[in-house]
Design a binder for this molecule. Sequence first.
Ligand code: ADP
Length: 672
Amino acid sequence: MIFFKKPEEPSQVSEETKDLDKLQERIQNAQLPPAVSSVAMKELEKLRSTDPSVAEYSIGINYLDFLISLPWNRYTEDNLDLERAQKILDQEHHGLRHVKDRILEYLATRTLCSLQPFRILVVDDEQIARTNLEYVLRKEGYEVDTAENGLEAFEKVRKREFDLVLADLKMDKMDGLQLLEAVKKISPATETVIITGYATVSTAVEALQKGAVHYLSKPIKLDELRKLVADIRVKRRHLQIARGPILCFSGPPGTGKTSIGRSIAHALGRKFVRMSLAGLRDESELRGHRRTYVGAMPGRIIQEIKKLGVKNPVFMLDEIDKVGQDFRGDPASVLLEILDPEQNNQFVDYYLDVPFDLSAVMFIGTANMVEKLPRPLLDRLEVIEFQGYTEREKISIARNFIIPRQLREHGLREKEIRFEDESIKTVIREYTREAGVRGLEREVATLCRKIARLYLADPSNKEVGDITPEVVRELLGPPKYELEVAAAKHRIGVTTGLVWSEVGGEIIFVEAARMRGSQQLILTGSLGTILKESAQTALSYVRSHAEELGIDPDFFKDSDIHIHIPAGAIPKDGPSAGLTIVLALVSLLTQRPARRDVALTGEVTLSGRILPVGGVREKILAAQRSGVRCVVFPERNRPDVAGLEEDVLLDLEVVFAGEVTDVVDLALLPRS
Ligand code: ADP
């Protein structure tokens, strides 16, 4: 049988050709970097000979479309006015003095670096060419030095840093390409432009492959030269601002990390984007998939950059400590490749397949617990700590920021709706239990929604205007939290402890029970390894010091001991519950009730010494939130407590102890 090829319809052929011509025009107008432009043109040529009905054709078209629309050369101009930056940070955030200071210092350093004069080294073996270039560039305000050949230039680059080397291709001793390679080795950040004669365009392409930013053909057109150098300077300036340590904000949720990031972008006049890395499992989510199948897509980083349309946003990578446990490969090296301006100027997205320079992006990481980050990554980060807020701070934040914003967002007028301080306190105490203010903001939003509805129904309703604690309770329903400690009874075998986790400080209760058995220690409540070991140590301590503690030394002989820490669904770990466990046991075995309103924290050794703990401020704030009136800290935490603001310690008694025996009479009531 003979198959005849169906003749192609002429109109269809021309449609596709037209499309490709349009693409070609876009490539030419897109001001792509030369290396990218040549990749795009090659891809286009391939498409011209590809049958439009096969999958490769549409993959190719989509690819080119994506490539062209990336912001290869688009920046927003940075605003480096520090006074203005400070004003914006203050206007948008209450307190956070140390955070704001660190950010302003950081911006000041970056700004100074970016204002350094732009240094150019002109390398040409012809005296006249050197002099001409030097004259033109000096007139533009650059600092210019010259060298006669590659070797001399190399020596100069070795001695001081240049931003740009303009090198002739053909020179004696060391030619332009050799110089380019040598410079890349000793000063990777220095850019090189190669100047070629007419006949050596192919060498120019080689230069680009070896890392030159651009090439210029002789005779040099001055306008082209001026524009090129100005572009490189802009790029360098943006890079200088993003260079240096990578900022990482660490602290409990809702303490303003994201919103400070947004303010930094606002202050600098940059665009802002935020992306969470929680649960990230595969590098390809960040770096994209190779274009081997129809659904292949670029990674999230490049997609966001395309959406923003500029090369220098503030890019917040949230929860870098929560990259999935089962991440394939080494998350630290992948993250560094993305975050570190020394490495990310050649960022390769697998879909894109040509390097995209991310070095002008200002990356900021956030983490709830930096301790969880891999060491190599942590070493490159400048960690700025965000802390939990005191009740007074929360009230100020609510009054000055959250309430006005929520009222606005719900179409309510500030003048007409008045929140009393007591009402804000009611929301904080009865409807939230957190270190930050995220829950507070959510509850205020709920209130505003309900008020808006009531207000619409009857604008003259006086109750709607004055928000009293009663109105809050009426609108938000039964309280979600109570001051659990203040309300609780003192019990035998139940002690109150303070722990520190990624959501800030928290209060825990440790329960101990004894029953007839065969010397088993039963531990329940999702306890981690360290916590289990603390419990074993606590039991051994009590057994070995029984007499001193007034306990029958044979108490364990025909018994089992069970230690339980409620809220079993939440995994718990860390050594600082040791003291709380010891006292639960002592309370149980002496039958002395434990005071609920005394909260304990400290690691305990086998000999009964109490070792210092972390998270002091967060723990004290948690104690305040739960109505605890007395907290016991290890003696060696005294300096940490001394450094806290008055507000944090308000209405709280802090006791320091070096040995378990110092705590017994304080935490346990006499036997009744
Ligand atoms: P995080 O990123 O630390 O989890 P967010 O930045 O999302 O927290 O903050 C939660 C909310 O609380 C935001 O609406 C933020 O504006 C507000 N907020 C937090 N801290 C402050 C502060 N110091 N001043 C004003 N508003 C704040």
